[in-house]
Design a protein around this ligand. Structure first.
Ligand code: PLP
Length: 376
């Protein structure tokens, strides 16, 4: 018998493209102030918790049956939410939902990417786009950005013309940098992508509720290769729920059903999301507070002499920290003061999520001390 205690991933017959790679891994550390994964800091209000319990109890009575495979009631409510807030009429047939927008993106890449195909993103951006591309066997192309983290349109158009990707990701507001992509840039990239291939353009609006600007949902008119993806993880304060969704031409919704697992969205998830959508007004009430706190973080960090990237999201990118591991050292020093922020590997920069006023004060105290130490 061979000794199997030392078997590692690479001893298994895993796919070549997974060898030597690391999984997504934002640290989940037990510290007093956690401002590292862009969650909403406010727990769900008690009446909503009650309503979730009620709806889940109802759903529990039918758990011997498979859930609604097409999640029609949920998609209808999501469509109503988008119509009300997105400046564009959206109906049930335009909406698809899955376990987090990560699953939505995975289904999109399974449908429109895959072996022999490629996807492009403009980096630094949401690392999961590239990771999900890898997981689905889709080739990944890292497109350029300017030094101020805006998209370099000419360079982006050139990259699209040259690589002719099958899927183009545009994250607006962008994560981890925080800045929004102008509507004209998205339009130009859509045109470039159609001229080159044509390809699908996925606009990831995970943070749109925090933006100063409007949703790009109205661009769906007349653009069947455009997809807007959304999530209940951020503005809705329901990261634990795992509910993401997309809006697009009904043909896109039909297409992703070719790859979705049957009954992928559990009856419990659907019931919980429906309860949350009954309380949209309360949930989005927190968004205004968080936007104000985000603006306060920007102003105070600038006041302390930090550089800050313009933010339309519920987080702020700040720097610059000199040296190859300057950002990581600063991350560690802030953590030593009980505050967990995010080191996304963008050289010289860190990202902090807007928390409660008290959490943000704790963070600001930590970076104030850091600044003093460096000047001492
Ligand atoms: C957080 C985030 C998501 C959300 O993922 P979920 O799977 O819905 O939790 C999607 N896109 C971006 C850019 C994000 O930052």
């Amino acid at each position: 018998m061979t000794d199997v205690t030392d078997v590692k991933i690479d001893d298994l017959p895993v796919r070549d493209e997974l060898r030597g790679k690391s999984p997504y891994g934002a640290p989940q550390l037990d510290v007093p102030v956690r401002l590292n994964t862009n969650e909403n800091p406010y727990p769900l209000p008690e009446p909503l918790v009650e309503r979730i319990a009620e709806r889940v109890r109802e759903a529990a009575r039918d758990l011997n049956r498979y859930p609604d495979r097409d999640a029609v009631e949920l998609r209808t409510k999501l469509a109503e939410y988008l119509t009300k807030t997105g400046g564009h009429p959206v109906s049930t047939e335009n909406v698809w939902a899955a376990n987090g927008s990560n699953e939505v993106i995975q289904q999109l890449l399974q449908t429109f990417g895959g072996p022999g195909r490629t996807a492009i993103g403009f980096e630094p951006s949401y690392s999961m786009h590239g990771l999900i591309a890898r997981g689905t066997g889709t080739g990944w192309i890292s497109g350029p950005r300017n030094d101020d983290f805006t998209i370099d349109l000419a360079a982006a158009e050139k990259a699209i013309a040259e690589h002719r990707p099958d899927v183009v990701f545009i994250t607006t507001p962008n994560n981890p940098t925080g800045n929004a992509v102008p509507r004209e840039t998205v339009l130009a990239l859509y045109e470039a992508a159609q001229a080159a291939k044509p390809s699908m353009v996925v606009v990831d609006e995970a943070y749109i509720e925090f933006s100063h600007g409007a949703s790009l949902l109205p661009l769906l008119t007349g653009r069947p290769n455009l997809v807007v993806s959304r999530t209940m993880s951020k503005a809705f304060g329901a990261a634990g729920l795992r509910l993401g969704y997309l809006a697009a031409h009904p043909a896109v919704v039909d297409a992703v059903q070719l790859v979705r697992l049957p009954y992928h969205l559990s009856a419990v998830t659907q019931a919980t999301a429906l309860a949350a959508l009954e309380h949209t007004d309360t949930l989005l009430g927190y968004v205004e507070q968080l936007k104000a706190e985000r603006d306060r973080l920007v102003a105070e960090l600038r006041g302390l002499g930090y550089e800050v990237t313009e933010s339309d999201a519920n987080f702020v990118q700040f720097g610059r920290f000199d040296g190859a591991d300057g950002a990581h050292k600063a991350w560690r020093a802030i953590l030593d003061r009980g505050v967990l922020v995010r080191d996304n590997g963008v050289p010289g920069w860190l990202r902090v999520t807007a928390g409660t006023p008290a959490e943000n004060d704790a963070f600001l105290d930590a970076v104030r001390e850091l600044k003093k130490e460096r000047q001492a």
